[in-house]
Design a protein around this ligand. Structure first.
Ligand code: CU
Length: 697
């Protein structure tokens, strides 16, 4: 008995410590860790140390009670020490050079050790002058949704974590996991931390990792684009990525090889600021990693273009099962909140197919404060749209009756065709812990008749298709035929003035049919082929003109790419350190998420253009002032991914201050892989960083 109680006490203490870490309030600046865990009411009432002791005692009793009913989570505390364990190597103080101990030492890499980073020393309240080097190991490997690990999990949800079961939507399917998780474990950092990540490729195919939203000015070779900034990482190899995150926000990591992102190789990369630097710090009480939602459309088996479901943090209702929403064989993600508090929440769409989604929470307003990791003037809305790779952060105030509410995802475009939607649960403390909200996820999933009273941010459905939509916000957004994104306002002023002269580039997204009937996607009427030499590493080995093409060089050769099929290594050259503007037209009726690496840009135009498929006409329209732009000094929203409306255009601006080769592509996986990609070569070879040869283990 004594031994058992001793073990319990250890678990209690571990759990209590974990609770402290999990509840770091955003406005917490004090050094006393106990204050982390106290609510406002608790901290007011705790004037005596005896009360503090009582509180800890009560917590232990409560946690003990919970541990009896939910035994599985403690298992992770029985694992061998992680290499980054505070107790083992740093005596309670995170070391800035901790990762150095691990250099070229992979002897401790046992699969049993890999999991999430709940206890990572870089998971902390950010304080001025306390940046760290943060070491992580990510094993990328084949796995199975509802695989052989899921012995008990199928019948008892509490067993899933201990079994490392990925239940998903309850349909057995191959996945590619990161540390036995889909999505992969979130990485939490403070601005200006240095990240060191060893990627272990345990797949049967090459991989690479892209850090979406990180600028990588000092380390362009860490961008993870195969054959652009690195050679792919072969099966069985380890590659170390090392870079500084000189910015904050909701970023993410994902494989940039093949369809791996669609199979699950992706996770959140959350970079926080100090309270002094955080311009939205007053707007919320808590910023918890478990309130990060990664949404993903999935396919079954290897039928890669047939979208079959949408999952939220890898969980959701199985649409094939015909089971009602409230059947306990569904696994819904559950977000816990305490009444009276305000929570920062983050949503990331790891979209694979053309499946933009609408996000909302039953009976709650969302105060939207950031997109793609860039702070915006807050907008109070009923929901927002996300296209693949976009992120939105919002503040949720837990100000409704204590019960469970649906968090709702509704799919559009291809997902609309399959009537796909998904739910998670917003669960107020004090409500039934395992119950689902009453009613179905979407009261009327497809037949909602009126959007009139809804404020939906980032609405990709442009005005001409939805002229009846008439919310106040949308009326203001639809001025000049704009869609939602361009109306958002950055908190940071633009880094140029009204007198700045921009170099303007015109570019297009379109498609062409190959002779064999295959639909090839294109940028500038060119289907992209991967080069045989990685461009950044091998740039001294070839003559650009012999190796690259672009619309100008092909035109000079007499090629008519708007009529004949052009396929090559499309490289668009830009001078370094210049203000640049890109006007990107979409010749297709369907929308495309536009993204390029290495930069955050400002969105200054986004509208419907009509049925045009020749850049000469678009340039002429622009010359005549027909392409609406925000005024030069307006606080245009900063983004790294944005939707190009069907038969529409976007205009983005940025300073080419990051020389290198940067991939420019549609973020729909099928489109990019079938040619809708190009490379921006920014600067000349001598302006780019010298890339050292890599040593791999
Ligand atoms: Cu596309």
């Amino acid at each position: 008995m004594t031994t058992t109680c001793g073990a319990c006490a250890k678990v209690w203490v571990a759990l209590l410590a974990k609770n402290f870490l999990r509840r770091l309030p955003a406005n917490q600046v004090a050094s006393c860790p106990l204050r982390f865990a106290m609510s406002k009411r608790e901290s007011k009432s705790l004037s005596s140390p005896w009360l503090l002791v009582l509180l800890i005692g009560l917590s232990l009793v409560r946690i003990h009670a919970e541990s009896l009913s939910e035994p599985s989570p403690e298992v992770k505390f029985d694992w061998p020490s992680f290499p980054w364990s505070r107790n083992k190597t740093t005596k309670g103080k995170p070391s800035s050079s901790l990762y150095l101990d691990m250099k070229n030492d992979y002897s401790q890499m046992e699969l049993a050790n890999f999991g999430d980073f709940d206890r990572h020393p870089c998971r902390r309240v950010c304080q001025q002058g306390q940046t760290q080097s943060c070491y992580y190991q990510l094993v990328v490997h084949n796995y199975q949704r509802l695989g052989p690990e899921c012995q008990r999990c199928q019948y008892d949800e509490r067993a899933c974590a201990a079994e490392h079961c990925i239940f998903g939507d309850g349909v057995s399917n191959p996945v590619m996991a990161v540390n036995r998780m889909v999505p992969g474990p979130p990485i939490e950092l403070c601005e200006n931390d240095t990240v060191v990540v060893d990627i272990l490729n345990y797949l049967g195919e090459p991989t690479s990792m892209h850090w979406h939203g990180v600028g990588l000015k000092r380390s362009p070779e860490m961008d993870g684009a195969p054959f652009i900034t690195q050679y792919p990482l072969q099966p069985g190899e380890v590659q170390r990525y090392e870079f500084q995150v000189d910015r904050s926000g909701s970023l993410w990591y994902h494989s940039h090889a093949g369809w791996q992102r669609g199979f699950g190789v992706a996770g959140a990369l959350i970079v926080r600021q100090t309270r002094q630097e955080n311009q939205h710090a007053q707007l919320y009480d808590y910023d918890l990693v478990e309130h990060t939602l990664m949404v993903q459309d999935i396919f079954y088996e290897r039928n890669l273009q047939d979208v079959r479901n949408i999952l939220i943090n890898g969980k959701g209702r199985n649409h094939l099962s015909q089971l009602p929403d409230n059947d306990n064989r569904h696994r819904y993600e559950r977000l816990r909140v305490t009444p009276g508090y305000r929570y920062r929440m983050r949503v990331i769409l790891n979209g694979i197919t053309n499946c933009p989604v609408e996000f909302s929470i039953e009976q709650h307003k969302l105060l939207i404060i950031s997109t793609d990791g860039n702070d915006i003037e807050p907008v109070l809305a009923d929901g927002f749209f996300l296209t693949s790779a976009e992120r939105f952060d919002f503040v949720l105030e837990a100000n409704q009756y204590v019960k469970n509410y649906w968090i709702r995802i509704r799919g559009y475009e291809m997902c609309e065709g399959r009537n796909l939607y998904q739910g998670a649960v917003l669960s107020y403390r004090g409500s039934a812990r395992t119950e689902l909200p009453q009613g179905s996820i979407l009261d009327n999933p497809r037949g909602r008749t009126s959007d009139e009273d809804l404020v939906l941010v980032n609405d990709y459905r442009y005005a001409s298709a939805n002229a009846s939509v008439s919310s106040t916000l949308r009326q203001s957004l639809d001025k000049d035929n704009n869609v939602g994104t361009v109306a958002l306002k950055s908190l940071e002023p633009v880094p140029w003035s009204r007198y700045t002269k921009f170099l303007t580039y015109y570019s297009s997204f379109g498609f062409q049919m190959a002779q064999n009937g295959e639909m090839l996607f294109q940028i500038d009427d060119i289907s992209f082929n991967l080069p045989a030499i990685s461009l950044l590493q091998g740039r001294h080995l070839y003559q650009d003109d012999d190796y690259f093409c672009n619309k100008s060089s092909l035109a000079a050769e007499g090629r008519r790419c708007e009529r004949e099929l052009c396929e090559c290594v499309n490289v668009i050259r830009m001078p370094a350190y210049r203000p640049v503007e890109m006007v990107v037209a979409n010749y297709m009726e369907s929308t495309h998420p536009f993204h390029f690496h290495g930069y955050t840009f400002r969105l200054i135009g986004q509208a419907v253009l009509g049925n045009l498929n020749d850049l000469r006409n678009i340039r002429e329209l622009d010359r005549r002032g027909r392409l609406a732009r925000l005024s030069d000094d307006s606080a245009a929203v900063a983004k790294d991914t944005v939707q190009i409306p069907g038969l529409g255009y976007i205009i983005v601006r940025f300073i080419t201050s990051n020389p290198g080769f940067w991939l420019y592509h549609c973020h729909i996986e099928a489109h990019a892989m079938q040619g809708m990609a190009a490379v921006l070569k920014v600067g000349e070879d001598h302006q780019m960083k010298t890339i050292p040869a890599r040593v791999r283990c």
